[in-house]
Design a protein around this ligand. Sequence first.
Ligand SMILES: NC(=O)c1ccc[n+]([C@@H]2O[C@H](COP(=O)([O-])OP(=O)(O)OC[C@H]3O[C@@H](n4cnc5c(N)ncnc54)[C@H](O)[C@@H]3O)[C@@H](O)[C@H]2O)c1
Length: 388
Amino acid sequence: MTDGSVRQVGIGVLGYEGVAKAHLLAIQRVSTIFWPLPARPLLVAVAGRSADRVERAAQRYGAQAAYPDWRGLIDDRRVQVLINAGPNDVHAEASVAGAARGLHVLCEKPLARTSTEAAQMRDAAATARIVHMTGYNYRFVPAVRLARQLIREGRLGRIYHFRTRYCDDSMVDPSAPYSWRHDKARAGSGVIGDLAAHALDLARFLVGEVSAVSATARIFIDRRPRRDGGEGAVDVEDAIEAVLEFTTGAVGTLEASSFCPGRKNFLSFEVNGSGGSLAFNLERLNELELFVRDDGANGFRTVLVTEAHHPYGGTWWPPGHILGWEHTFVHQLHHFLLAVGGQSTVEPDGASFEDGYRCAVVCDALDRAAREGRRVPVEGLVTPMKPG
Ligand SMILES: NC(=O)c1ccc[n+]([C@@H]2O[C@H](COP(=O)([O-])OP(=O)(O)OC[C@H]3O[C@@H](n4cnc5c(N)ncnc54)[C@H](O)[C@@H]3O)[C@@H](O)[C@H]2O)c1
């Protein structure tokens, strides 16, 4: 499609609540901040399940079409990019169908409910030769990018430890309602896919492949009230505590739980190397704590990652004009649009479906380690891509 001399790329968004709103906001903002783009994004359609509600969402967000079934969205010839922001049970079917129609797909994390399902998505994307990306948006936090840069430049020396926690308190109230997130058939897993997957993707992004895991999991509250009456049985883990081993020789720990009063979106990591350490917490996402052994300073210093020479520095506002959670989705969409336009690739800075699959393999290994009470090697579980 063309708009005068500016090409446009038609986007369809599956979902319009929850995280879908962050994607819809990114579509509205990306060309204000990043210009030129290979093509200006155009919100063609949104899809949901209720005709009334999806129509209202289309009006609100300025979409040209509203579909009460995602199949209508992927059949709309104006759509070239699918953003799949539906629950985990909609990721594989809609993304594979979209890929088969030739749509480029940005799919939310976890890529799928299981690594088997994630492998099918990865293979379908390769077969269709589409551009594909998993929505691990925390790769697009400037401070996380700076951490990766410092590690890759060797500023921390040999990496010994990666210690990560993803904690919130969204489930600590027993009256918090039952949702698809508590249903293994729909979600695949509990906090493993919901929270730990983000931390594992950052582990892979910053340190490298996970080679083995050991873990313990708990269900603290096994029944929750349904919004429409009655109770639902929770059959996914509420919390996971794990030990990670990396192919590099580094070791680490991972905790994920929604039973941590006072913690809201506490995704933190600390990396310790022979030359220094760094630490990050998403609740203070503009900052990176840094300790470099040979710089003469005693103790950690806090770097406000908003300078022009920092990742994404100068893109938004002057130094000190801090960014928030939603900006990661703008960065992510920009990255994806460059790849769709052939100006760069999703990997290595973004997470491809291969990355989403690799992360799903580690998630499955964590689940197995917790259920079987044993250390699970990861490397033997990875299957190579099988494009058709
Ligand atoms: N990257 C992140 O930071 C982040 C944050 C939150 C959620 N997520 C991921 O995003 C996905 C959605 O999570 P959420 O919190 O937004 O969930 P949610 O329940 O708040 O919203 C889900 C959306 O999908 C729609 N939907 C449900 N079933 C559908 C179907 N069959 N067809 C079309 N639309 C359907 C719902 O109407 C709703 O708009 C999950 O995979 C989750 O893991 C990612």
